[in-house]
Design a protein around this ligand. Structure first.
Ligand SMILES: Cc1cc2nc3c(=O)[nH]c(=O)nc-3n(C[C@H](O)[C@H](O)[C@H](O)COP(=O)(O)OP(=O)(O)OC[C@H]3O[C@@H](n4cnc5c(N)ncnc54)[C@H](O)[C@@H]3O)c2cc1C
Length: 401
């Protein structure tokens, strides 16, 4: 006899666990399970990110990203404070190093104001270098509310709280297949489950899980690997805040930046190299199944046409430490080859439309007795608690009055 649940979440990253939490707090008596294919929670995107709590500056006013980042960061920071999870409000400076980037700073400032991030202000070149000696600046944007956090600790604590509230958080349970059943779904994840409703928060595999549940997803997930270098201790104390370049407004990636971490390290990264394996954390890793999917996906051609030059540049940055160093030096010329320490990587789940363009906003798609989260890239960790409320609304679970 299969275990029966009112609701099953697939994926125990920060979005899936926050979703289970939101649903549990709205319907404490509902039976809930979270299926996770790995042996631990939060080991993919959530455990390999920059650890930044974004402020809501970059995102198009009116977009889900803009609204949910602001709502989510407040809820996340409140949770972290209550649970004793390490965070630090270090602030961020976005640095323009080229004249053509200065107007982009102005439009970011407008976005910030339209999104209600009122503490953001323009900095002159002197103000930037006064704060960040040696950084190559023609101007900047000061974002004092940006913070850093220990996302893996948030994820572990979410799981602990859910388990103590009676939610079944089940590592080593990969959703392998799903069949519509009377009043919901029969799920096979090593053992069988019956669920009335399923929420797909499978991150890098979300489109594949949607397909297993009979949905033809409007986008395909393409992995973009981001590499980081740990910088030497001699540099660590010189960068007290997050330092970002001006992003390309046509891309959802923010560029190679300098990130102090809650572990008192200083990271430089991530680049955004088109990956050939969804969970491929090593440079050059290829998964033949992903190659086949790329060959079959109509968006691959458009992706190559639209972003071919970018892909070549970002690949170079993955393969060649010298090319990566050059990207860091555009921001901070003082960094030398000998400052590059060990390397680490994360892989972003980026949704791509069939015409090859990159989907910018979060995407939720309703299926029969199911909801699929089909694009939750950065800043979805920041926004996760608000994304969770949004998913619970979409799933038709009323807010507790
Ligand atoms: C390099 C990088 C830097 C980033 N920097 C930031 C940042 O600084 N700030 C920020 O806010 N965001 C950042 N992000 C984005 C953020 O990390 C993600 O948006 C967020 O972690 C997404 O969470 P998730 O739960 O959707 O996905 P994940 O954390 O990837 O979780 C999905 C889970 O689903 C599981 N799963 C998949 N398939 C199945 C299946 N069939 N059955 C069961 N389980 C399954 C996976 O094992 C995984 O645990 C960054 C991302 C990357 C990669």
């Amino acid at each position: 006899m299969a275990d029966r649940f009112d609701l099953v979440v697939v994926g125990a990253g920060i979005v899936g666990l926050a979703t289970a939490r939101a649903i549990h707090s709205r319907r404490p008596n509902a039976s809930l399970a979270v299926l996770e294919k790995e042996g631990e929670v939060g080991v993919h995107q959530t455990g390999h990110n920059s650890g930044v709590v974004h402020s809501g500056v970059y995102y198009r006013p009116g977009s889900l990203k803009a609204r949910l980042t602001l709502e989510g960061r407040a809820a996340l920071l409140e949770f972290a404070a209550r649970e004793g999870i390490r965070t630090r409000t270090v602030g961020k400076v976005i640095v323009a190093s080229r004249p053509e980037e200065l107007p982009v700073l102005d439009s970011l400032l407008q976005h910030a104001q339209a999104n209600g991030v009122n503490s953001v202000r323009r900095l002159s070149a002197n103000e930037v270098t006064g704060r960040l000696p040696g950084v190559a600046a023609l101007g900047g944007l000061d974002i004092p509310t940006a913070a850093i956090i220990d996302y893996p600790a948030v994820t572990r604590r979410l799981a602990e709280r859910l388990i103590s509230d009676g939610v079944a958080v089940l590592p080593r349970h990969e959703l392998e297949s799903a069949r519509p059943a009377p009043g919901g779904w029969d799920l096979n994840a090593g053992e069988s489950f019956r669920a009335q409703f399923v929420v797909n928060c499978a991150g890098l595999e979300c489109d594949l899980v949607a397909q297993k549940m009979g949905v033809n997803p409007p986008v395909a997930i393409v992995p973009f690997r981001g590499d980081y270098y740990r910088l030497s201790h001699r540099l660590r104390d010189q960068i007290p805040c997050l330092v970002y370049p001006v992003p390309d407004p046509d891309l959802p990636f923010l560029g190679v930046h300098l990130t102090p971490t809650v572990d008192d390290e200083l990271l430089a990264g991530p680049n955004a190299a088109l990956g050939l394996a969804r969970e491929g954390y090593r440079v050059g890793e290829v998964d033949p199944r992903q190659l086949l999917r790329m060959a079959e996906f109509p968006g691959t051609l458009g992706l190559a046409r639209g972003y071919g030059a970018l892909a070549a540049r970002e690949w170079m940055r993955s393969w060649s430490p010298a090319a990566f160093l050059a990207a860091i030096q555009e921001l901070w010329p003082a960094v030398a080859r000998s400052d590059l320490g060990s390397r680490t990587s994360g892989v972003r789940a980026q949704a791509v439309r069939p015409d090859g363009t990159l989907e910018d906003d979060f995407v939720f798609v309703r299926g029969d007795s199911a909801l699929h989260v089909l694009n939750a890239p950065s800043p979805a960790a920041t926004a996760s608690f608000a994304i969770a409320e949004c998913i619970a609304d979409e799933a038709g679970i009323p807010r507790a009055s």
